[in-house]
Design a protein around this ligand. Structure first.
Ligand code: AMP
Length: 450
């Protein structure tokens, strides 16, 4: 490997065909649940102005301070003096789009979903990549604990559809309003006066820039000091407490089991009230498969009018890892049904037409249209793991026949050329044909708005 001249960049990977089976299956589950709940798809650009992420997510969050993947503009329009960054997540871009396209004019809440790559220039390690894929939901325009419960239910259902919910535990917390947190942060800073030197260096810095991050610090020294520190729930207003109590009541009504976690804060600045994450039961906070929360001031921070919202993002690579760990196999639809082998110019011409007809009927067909011997073509059919092979040599062309070979049973028989297709269809079964037709009628285009 190491003597290859080029390899995929550090922290990235090729999504190879086997993993695409998982990607496709996960996307289907996401689209299905999203449509059921009235969500519509949005794809914001993969890069945005750097300032959008700095303002929205927060200057002193890990994602912006350490991990933002900035875009070099060498050779681009030199009048453009803005800085750009690849999206580290979807929410900031979608809220920018909500404002830009005046989505406040639409019936609220506006429910949007996205699926695609995100980028964080982090140190790569297991479950942590520089390019990874997320599916993402946003519910914008209303604030009500029942919406939080509905979003959590939808994400719960998707993880159950993918058969990994049994390995996960839903963590939930309420981090109050911005005012609640301001008071708490002041109290936390007070508490640490005189104790700073006992904190690891990184956490000393966090105490300055983003003290809430101390709560989910992985450092043992910090955790020990936190045991006697004031806790966030002591600073929650009655309004926040009531909001949280309603949410838990709704989750109970929906039979969703959760663990209340007073230390869960999530890494990004824009959250308020509800925050939640799905943790691996055995490893806890490390490599969560997804998380989300409410962000009632984000749109205003980005220049829109005050509009509440809540969102969730799931990490596709980590979900695939869990599916594989628990032995969940994504359906393989790439199997080869028929391999067509031929010899001689006449046979080749007939096979070209035959391959096309088989494919049109929804039969996955591979044709060896090269010049190799029949024997080596049959070896190829084996390597493709084809279920059946059709052989057309010079003799068969002359006689108007074709040979059908069952590759599993190893048996073969000759038949009239015209019989080959109906016979194959019978063997595969009408129900298993991979047909695709656009059933939805096309209408006259008129811009329906967003
Ligand atoms: P976050 O909003 O940062 O919690 O990200 C949401 C989800 O995206 C996480 O729970 C992970 O599943 C996934 N994720 C975030 N960062 C990465 C990364 N660097 N590599 C792979 N997956 C990630």
């Amino acid at each position: 490997m190491s003597n290859l001249e080029f390899q995929s960049p550090k922290g990235t990977h090729d999504v190879l065909p086997l993993d695409h089976q998982y990607h496709t299956y996960i996307k289907k589950a996401v689209r299905h649940r999203a449509r059921q709940a009235g969500f519509k798809r949005i794809d914001p650009p993969m890069f945005e102005e750097r300032a959008l992420f700095e303002r929205g997510i927060g200057d002193h969050t890990d994602v912006v301070e350490k991990e933002l993947f900035t875009v070099s503009k060498k050779g681009a329009d030199d009048k453009d003096n803005r800085d750009y960054a690849l999206r580290p997540e979807f929410t900031a871009g979608i809220c920018r789009a909500y404002i830009e396209h005046a989505m406040d004019q639409l019936p609220q809440p506006v429910e949007l979903y996205s699926i695609g790559p995100c980028f964080r220039y982090d140190r790569p390690q297991k479950g942590r990549y520089r390019q990874f894929h997320q599916f993402n939901f946003e519910v914008i325009g209303l604030s009500d604990a029942s919406l939080d419960a509905q979003l959590i239910l939808m994400t719960w259902k998707i993880l159950s559809d993918l058969q990994i919910m049994g390995r996960l535990r839903l963590q939930i917390n309420n981090i109050g309003t911005a005012e609640n947190r301001k008071e708490y942060v002041a109290a936390l800073k007070d508490y640490f006066i005189g104790k700073e030197r006992n904190l690891p260096e990184l956490d000393q810095k966090r105490l300055e820039t983003n003290p809430l991050r101390l709560l989910d610090s992985k450092e043992e020294d910090t955790q020990i000091l936190l045991k006697r520190a004031p806790t966030l729930d002591q600073f929650l207003s009655d309004e926040s407490k009531k909001y949280h109590a309603s949410l838990l009541e709704y989750l109970d009504a929906l039979d969703i089991t959760y663990e209340e976690n007073p230390l869960l804060v999530r890494g990004l600045d824009y959250y308020n009230q509800t925050v939640f994450e799905y943790w691996d039961k055995s490893t806890g906070a490390q490599n969560a498969v997804g998380g989300g929360g409410r962000y009632d001031s984000l749109i205003e921070t980005l220049g829109g009018k005050s509009t509440p919202g809540i969102g969730f993002a799931g990490g596709i690579e980590r979900i695939i890892w869990h599916m594989k760990e628990s032995g969940v196999e994504a359906p393989n639809k790439d199997q080869v049904d028929v391999f067509v082998a031929q010899l001689g110019p006449e046979a080749k011409k007939k096979c070209l037409v035959l391959v096309n007809e088989l494919r049109e009927l929804g039969i996955h067909t591979v044709g060896a249209l090269g010049e190799a011997s029949l024997k080596s073509q049959m070896r190829l059919a084996d390597r493709f793991q084809a279920r059946y092979a059709l052989l057309l040599g010079q003799m068969e062309v002359k006689e108007g026949t074709i040979i059908l070979k069952d590759m599993v049973a190893g048996k073969q028989k000759a038949m009239k050329f015209e019989k080959a297709i109906p016979e194959i269809v019978k063997l595969i079964g009408e129900d298993n044909l991979d047909t695709y037709s656009i059933k939805d009628k096309l209408g006259k285009y008129a811009d329906p708005g967003i």
